[in-house]
Write a protein that binds this ligand. Structure first.
Ligand SMILES: Nc1nc2c(ncn2[C@@H]2O[C@H](COP(=O)(O)OP(=O)(O)OP(=O)(O)O)[C@@H](O)[C@H]2O)c(=O)[nH]1
Ligand SMILES: [Mg+2]
Length: 416
C-alpha cells in the first residue's frame, strides 16, 4: 500500500475559501476538521476567506497567502489542509509560498479509506484510488522530491519513470480486482436465482446504516450475534459491503446489504475504484436511504447521497427515506419517510412493515387443501410461506396461507 500521508499528530492548519452560502461552507470546514482528526492530525486552527476572485496562481488572494505563511511560522504548522479543489500547480505554488506540506480534502479521504480497509478487495480498491491520485499529483510530488535531493530543473526523467511505474502497478491491481469482482458476481447471480429480494442500506457516512443493519438483524428469525456488523462513531467505519439474510416472523425473506458511506466531494478516484462495490446498490430491489436527522446539515447530506446514487446509475429503484436518530432530535415533519432510532430500536416495526409492503406487494392469502399424500408440500410451505391457520380434515390439511405470486402459481392446483 502506498503511503501518501504518514500523519502522526502533526500540527495542522485548515484553510478554505467560499464564494457564497457561508453556512454550508462553515459546515464543510467542520467536516474537514473531522476528516483531519480521523487522519490523526492535530488541528491547531483554521483560516478562511470569502473569495471575490480566484487567483489562478495560488487560488487564495495574495494577502491571505501571506496570512497563512505567518500563521504557519508562528504556530509551527507542519501540514496545511485545504478544503478546496485546487489544481496541482496551485497546490504546488501555495506549498512553496507557505513553506510546508499542503494537502487537500481528497488526500485526507483517501488516507482514511487506507486506514480502514480490511478486506483484500477494499485494500485493492483503496490502493488503486491512491495511485490514481498520486498520478494526478505527480508533478507536485516529484517537485518536492527534487528539492529534497537538491536537484534543479523539473527532473523529467525521474518524473516519467515514476509515471510509468505507477501506471503499471495500477493496471496490475485492476486486473487482480477484476478477478475478485467476477467471483463475487457469480455468487450474486446464484443468489438472484433464489429470487430473494435485495434491500440496500445507503447514506452519508456516520448516518447509522450499520447500526440499523444490526437492529433489523434482531428482528430476523435466524439472527446470531456473529452476524452483526461493525459500528463506530467515526467517518467511514464501513468500507466493504456485507449482506445478511433476514427472515421475518412470517417467513418473508430478503437480503440486507450494508454499504460504504458517502461524503461531500467524495473523490472521483474512490467512486471509480469502488465502482464494483457500489454497483451492488444498483442491483437492489429497494434502497433504504438512511439520513441522520440529528445532524444540522442533514439536507446537504441527503442531497450529496442522492447525487452519488445518480452518478452510479441508480434511477428506477424505489428509495425509502429512513430518518434516523430521532432519539436525539425528534423532528418528524421534514419529509416523506419513516422516522426511527436504530439505536433505541424505535419504530423499527413500522419500517419493517413498509419494507414488507414494497417488497411483497405480490403476496396474497389463499385457502389450500393439501392431501396427506403430499406432506412434503406442507413442509415446504411451512418453510417458505406463512401459514396463518391450519385444520386437519378427512381430505387433507386445510391451510390459510400467505404466499408469493411465484409460489401461488406453483401450487394453485391445491386452491380450495
Ligand atoms: N443517538 C443515536 N445514535 C445513533 C443511532 N444510530 C446510530 N447511531 C450512532 O451513530 C454512529 C455511527 O453509526 P454507524 O452505524 O457506524 O453509521 P454508518 O452509517 O454505518 O457509518 P459509516 O460506516 O461510517 O458510513 C455510532 O456512534 C452509532 O452508535 C441512533 O438512532 N441514535
Ligand atoms: Mg457503517
Amino acid at each position: 500500500m502506498v503511503d501518501i500521508l504518514e500523519t502522526k499528530n502533526e500540527r495542522t492548519l485548515l484553510i478554505g475559501g467560499y464564494v457564497e452560502d457561508e453556512e454550508d461552507f462553515a459546515y464543510s470546514m467542520e467536516e474537514l476538521e473531522n476528516l483531519a482528526k480521523s487522519c490523526e492530525l492535530n488541528v491547531v486552527g483554521q483560516i478562511t476567506q470569502k473569495l471575490r476572485e480566484i487567483s489562478s496562481r495560488t487560488y487564495y488572494g495574495k494577502g491571505k497567502i501571506e496570512e497563512i505563511k505567518q500563521y504557519v511560522l508562528a504556530n509551527d504548522i507542519e501540514v496545511v489542509v485545504t478544503n478546496d479543489d485546487l489544481s496541482t500547480s496551485q497546490l504546488k505554488n501555495i506549498q512553496e509560498e507557505v513553506n510546508c506540506r499542503v494537502m487537500d480534502r481528497t488526500g485526507l479521504i483517501l488516507d482514511i479509506f487506507a486506514r480502514r480497509a480490511k478486506t483484500k478487495e477494499a485494500m485493492l480498491q483503496v490502493e488503486i484510488a491512491q495511485l490514481e491520485y498520486l498520478l494526478s499529483r505527480l508533478s507536485l510530488l516529484s517537485g518536492n522530491f527534487n528539492e529534497r535531493l537538491g536537484l534543479r530543473g523539473p527532473g523529467e526523467t525521474k518524473f516519467e519513470l515514476d509515471r510509468r511505474k505507477l501506471e503499471n502497478r495500477i493496471s496490475l491491481l485492476e486486473k487482480e480486482l477484476k478477478e475478485m469482482v467476477e467471483d463475487r458476481k457469480t455468487q450474486r447471480k446464484r443468489r438472484n436465482k433464489n429470487e430473494i429480494p435485495v434491500v440496500a442500506l445507503v447514506g452519508y457516512t456516520n448516518s447509522g446504516k450499520s447500526t440499523l443493519m444490526n437492529t433489523i438483524l434482531e428482528y430476523s428469525k435466524n439472527q446470531t450475534e456473529e452476524k452483526k456488523v461493525y459500528v463506530e462513531d467515526m467517518l467511514f467505519a464501513t468500507l466493504e459491503t456485507t449482506t445478511r439474510q433476514i427472515i421475518l416472523d412470517d417467513n418473508k425473506k430478503f437480503l440486507l446489504t450494508d454499504t460504504v458511506g458517502f461524503v461531500s466531494h467524495l473523490p472521483h478516484q474512490l467512486v471509480k475504484a469502488f465502482r464494483s462495490t457500489l454497483e451492488e446498490i444498483t442491483e437492489a430491489d429497494l434502497i433504504l436511504h438512511v439520513i441522520d436527522i440529528s445532524n444540522k446539515n442533514y439536507e446537504l447530506q441527503l442531497k450529496t447521497t442522492e447525487q452519488v446514487l445518480k452518478e452510479i446509475g441508480v434511477n428506477d429503484i424505489p428509495i425509502l427515506h429512513v430518518y434516523n436518530k430521532i432519539d436525539v432530535n425528534n423532528i418528524m415533519t421534514v419529509g416523506e419517510g419513516v422516522f426511527i432510532s436504530a439505536k433505541d430500536k424505535t419504530n423499527i416495526d413500522i419500517l419493517i412493515n413498509k419494507i414488507r409492503e414494497i417488497l411483497f406487494s405480490d403476496y396474497r392469502t389463499v385457502k389450500m387443501l393439501i392431501p396427506y399424500t403430499q406432506g412434503s408440500i406442507y413442509s415446504y410451505l411451512k418453510e417458505n410461506a406463512y401459514i396463518k391457520s391450519e385444520k386437519y380434515t378427512e381430505k387433507g390439511i386445510e391451510i390459510n396461507v400467505e404466499l408469493s405470486s411465484i409460489l401461488y402459481e406453483k401450487f394453485k392446483h391445491l386452491l380450495k
